[in-house]
Ligand binder design. Sequence first.
Ligand SMILES: [Zn+2]
Ligand SMILES: [Zn+2]
Length: 293
Amino acid sequence: MKKIILITILALVVNCSAFTSSKSSDSKTPLLAAYYLLSSSAYSTTCTSSFGTGVADFISKTFTCVTVTVSGTNYIFKTSSLPTYKSYYWGSTSLGYENAFYSNTTGTNYGNPNKILSQSYTITVPITNTSTTAPSAALGTIGVATNGIVIYNDYAAPGDSLATEYYTFDTAQGHPTNTGSYHYHVEPPKITNTDSALVGIAMDGYLIFGKKHDTTTSGLTSFSLAGTSSSTKCVGSGLSTTLPTTWAYKSNYETNTSHTAGTNSYHYHVNNGSEVLGIILSTKLIGAGGTSL
Ligand SMILES: [Zn+2]
Ligand SMILES: [Zn+2]
C-alpha cells in the first residue's frame, strides 16, 4: 500500500518551477521532492517577525514574516516564504485552501501539482551599496517582498516560459516550485496594485516599489522578458534622484544607507506591462553584491 502511495506522489512531481532557484529540485531528486510533499506545512494567518540590533526602521516597520539581523556590512534576511493568506496551493485539505486563481484577461489559470511548504531562505543584502555595475545576470531568488515571500526573476523552468507558468498563479499572483517554495515573479496584488507601495528589497540592496513613482509612471524604463534588457527603474524626469515621497520611511532609509549618495537614489519599480509582463525584477540588477541561499 505504501508503495502505491509513493508511486502516486512521484507521478505528481513534475518540473514546473523556476529552474534558477537553488530551492528547486529537478527530476534527479524525485525522492526528495516526494518527501517535501509528504511533510506539509500548516497554514496560518500569522507569522513571526524579528529584527536585530541596528536594523533600520525602513525595514523593521515595513517587513513582516522575516527575521533580519545585521552582520558586518550586510543585512541578513531569513524567511520561510509562507503566505499568511489563502491559496489554491495550500492543498484542498488545508484551512488555507481556496479553489480560485488570479483572473486574467488573456487566459484561464489552472493549478500546478505543487503545494506550499516551509523553506529556509537566507538572503544577504548589502546595507550600504553605491554600486551601479551589476553582473549581467542574477539567477535564482533575487529579492524578498515586504510580506516575506521570496521574489524570483523572470525565468521559468527549462522547456517552459513565464508566459506559460503565469497561468498557474494563485489569486495573489504567486505559486510554488516542485519543492514547495512559494514565490512571486510579477506584481503581487496583496502588496501593490498599480501604486507606489514598497514591494520589497532586491539582493543588491536596492528597494522595489510598485508600478508608480508617487503618482506617475513617466520616466520608468521598459524591458524585455528573460533578462534581455534590465529590470525597471526610474531614468527620467529627475525621478532617479529621489525615492517616492509617498513612502513613509523615505527619510529613515536615506539616513540609514548610502544608496542615495549623490544622484544615485536608484530603486526598482514593478514593470508597467500588464499581467505576465508586469514582472518585479528581471535577471539584470542595478548593483553588485548580495547572495541568496
Ligand atoms: Zn515561478
Ligand atoms: Zn521611482
